[in-house]
Design a protein around this ligand. Sequence first.
Ligand code: NAD
Ligand code: MN
Length: 492
Amino acid sequence: MATKNKSTIKPLRLGAGWKYAPAPESSASAQIQHQYELFIDGKWQPPKKGAYLESINPATEKKLYRAAVATEQDVDKAVAAAQKGFDKYWKKMSGKDRGKYIFRIARLMQEQARELSVMETLDGGKPIRESRDIDIPLACNHFFYYAGWADKLEYALPNRTAKPLGVAAQITPWNFPLLMAAWKLAPALATGNTVVLKPAETTSLTTLKLASIIQEADLPPGVVNILTGAGETGSALVRHPNINKIAFTGSTAVGKWIQQETAASTKKLTLELGGKAANIVFSDAPIDQAVEGVVNGIFFNQGHVCCAGSRLYVQESIASVFIQKLKDRMATLLVGDPMDKNTDIGAINSAAQLDKINQYIRLGKKEGAHHYESDARLPQKGFFCRPTLFTKVAQSSRLAQEEIFGPVLAILTFRTEDEVIEKANNTPYGLSAGVWTDKGSRIFNMSRRLKAGVVWANAYNLFDPASPFGGYKESGYGREGGWHGLYPYLTF
Ligand code: NAD
Ligand code: MN
């Protein structure tokens, strides 16, 4: 097997010597205000207590804007506005008309896609290539897709009368800010619910821009309310008595707290939490494509991806060839200015997150795993991390069990299909997995037996609004996307 996959082509090394000429995207298209207020009842309103938080550009550590911190009183006001928006407008409106509004949001987002992409990259640190080609187009598609469901609920759910729940509280993380807002808002609006949404404190910009797009789309007041702030704002929202549904994406720790907090209530809950996905490569896989898939799986968006392929299981017979090819490919990855269109790996989202990643790298070395990182030059300022891998990782080690949320890959080997299924399933998580093989029957067997919400075959990190996404075990429950994504917002 291994001989079939021996490459005779010398790998291209860009990391050390070669350089591309800079190809920076202009930041001129982004109109960033110095300060943002809260978006409540269709209007921008200052917070009751007047506090603001600063958001920086993690690639330069420079301040980007200030956003209001919503306290309990503001949460109360926003929930009341959402309730009024529900009773007065949204629940009375026909699905067809709701759909028109959602289409309008999608089209306005598309028109302003460049500005949204630049904002996403400046605020969060992800490469402009990704915000431009992945985050923003997918977010638009999500609105287009759910706009189409708004007037078809009775066909989607025959012989049942689906009713909205009322006011939904939605909390999003910093890794895909606008995309996660779209995943949450679009199905809620299509099913006739109104919303109070809180983005993450380090990356609120595109969600605030979305609020102005919603204003431009002339949605009735109170249908969508956007509150900025950190964990305290989020917890005030979760605890509010007039919330009917909570949709949360973020850490497992906060997800567990929300479960406890809502256990004695009738609030419906969906949770999208962490992951520790296995990317599994069999000896008959198309090796060069698999190397590309593994690189995409863990280094895409600096590894700030809940479904990141952060564990690689490679079949023993091809392990040494595969790991060498992987290292050669890693050497060509460009780390640096996220606004440069050549950049593969942008900035880590915050100093705290970089700290956490570095702690895991130190831990991996201490646990005795073999460490390798590319020799990419890092910028002087900002939060950056080289693409890193560990070999000789034990199944029981923390590197193989815990979510790192950074560009750090743990590599393990296996011999048989049964063995790798057991190992891949042996974590507290179950969000996604990847299988690389030439054999169709093996793909079906693996996707059936892997306890993961999504299993990609000979591909990784592919998303489509029509395809449901969500986890098993500590990765959470409920599905977002597709026809399945309508259910969490409906009662019968
Ligand atoms: P987090 O769970 O603290 O934050 C996610 C969102 O929840 C943010 O909007 C935050 O303000 C809010 N929040 C925080 N505490 C809250 C509370 N008590 N009640 C309600 N809302 C609250 O996650 P984080 O600190 O941004 O990241 C920590 C870890 O979470 C990461 O290292 C990673 O492991 C994981 N994470 C997972 C995802 C994912 O997509 N599943 C995304 C981001 C982070
Ligand atoms: Mn920021």
